[in-house]
Design a protein around this ligand. Sequence first.
Ligand SMILES: C[S@@+](CC[C@H](N)C(=O)[O-])C[C@H]1O[C@@H](n2cnc3c(N)ncnc32)[C@H](O)[C@@H]1O
Length: 432
Amino acid sequence: MAYRIDILTLFPQSMSAVLGESIIGRAKKKGAVEINCVQIRDYTENRQMQVDDYPYGGGWGLVMMAQPLKSCLDDVLKKVGPRRSRVIYMSPQGRPFNQEEAKRLRRDYDHLVLVCGHYEGVDERFIEECVDEEISLGDFVLTGGEIAAMAVADCVCRMVPGVLADEECYTGESHWDGLLEYPQYTRPEVWEGRAVPEVLLTGDHEKVRRWRRKKQLERTLDKRPDMFEKLEFTSKEDRRLVEEIKYERLPEKMKLRFEPRRAEERDLEAILRIMDEAKAYLRESGVDQWQNGYPNREAVLADMAAGRGWVFDCVDDGCLAGYECISMEPEACYPGIDGAWLTGGENYAVIHRTMAAAKYRGTRLATEMFSFAEELAAGMGRASVRVDTHRDNKPMNRLCEKRGYKYCGVVDIGATNQTEGDPLRNGYEKLL
Ligand SMILES: C[S@@+](CC[C@H](N)C(=O)[O-])C[C@H]1O[C@@H](n2cnc3c(N)ncnc32)[C@H](O)[C@@H]1O
């Protein structure tokens, strides 16, 4: 038995004309779907064939009477006989229509009755008595329910087997699985100086499939961020494609890549230059940190000797970009924190002397330095990483928070480091 839709309307001829065209028209002729547009006026019980009247209580416009609608509906249901029928009133007050609603109507019923109101709407008692649900085309008001009913009929019918050539014709389209469709192109290959994307001409099906999937993700992200936010990326490929899209959109500076390695004596001069730049930056930013001789050559040499000094090379230009000390030794001043660390005991690593060369500010370097320290600490069985920084050192405080470090209280480094003007530091810790 074909999927059937009866549309109750005051304008059956114009609707039949539209629904008799193109794909839906052909599907009707083939018998894949049955769509009838029924004239409500044929069911009036008054001589003037009047279908509407003035609203009780006054006000503008006319209201469609319940009787012709109910008689029309009864007749349709009687003719159709026992089926999984659903009576739907097209209404701006209904649940907004979308692809999921269409799938539900296609799946749960094999007969829809779409009631089109006109004028001011229909007598409320008809809705209460006869209607199973109300569906809206969107949050706006149309003159009548016909356009909405045609939209619902068209959308539901194209999912009925035999209407389109293949299931893929609709499962691959926008909104089927929460994504928008990829861009489509047809001949000629170049139009108004615009060429078809090369990948589509390669004949490599796998490449084309991957490109299209990426475009679907990209388009949804750009055109419908609300939909993109709801996506759950269950496939590895989708996760990788999203990473790729995000990476491609980074400013050029943020694409620079960095590699860590243990600092060696040959790096010393470059490290000291970076240190001077870092000190100048703090001074210019009004931060009373590293302004009194610390850190210095001796501190870096001691780091190197203990194997805790790390440099980061910029892979893209070969320059030494940053330095940090990753210590596995407990810090003497940390037990005296004015607050509480997340962990007790001494099974933590500490990041000290994080510094980036001026030209790598605004890159991923600092993030990568933190992330490397965390990996190293985790690999050595540490439970957490701690770091301290001056309260006015905004970039560093922000970085700690962004990387999931918890503010634990104030540390006084005065006893172990006499060179700093203001010895108070914000203490942070991150569990690994
Ligand atoms: C002018 S409207 C009546 C609006 C009604 N007075 C109201 O404010 O809720 C006339 C008819 O158009 C149809 N209609 C209007 N907007 C619609 C929408 N967004 N979705 C579905 N049908 C709509 C309904 O069938 C309605 O009975």
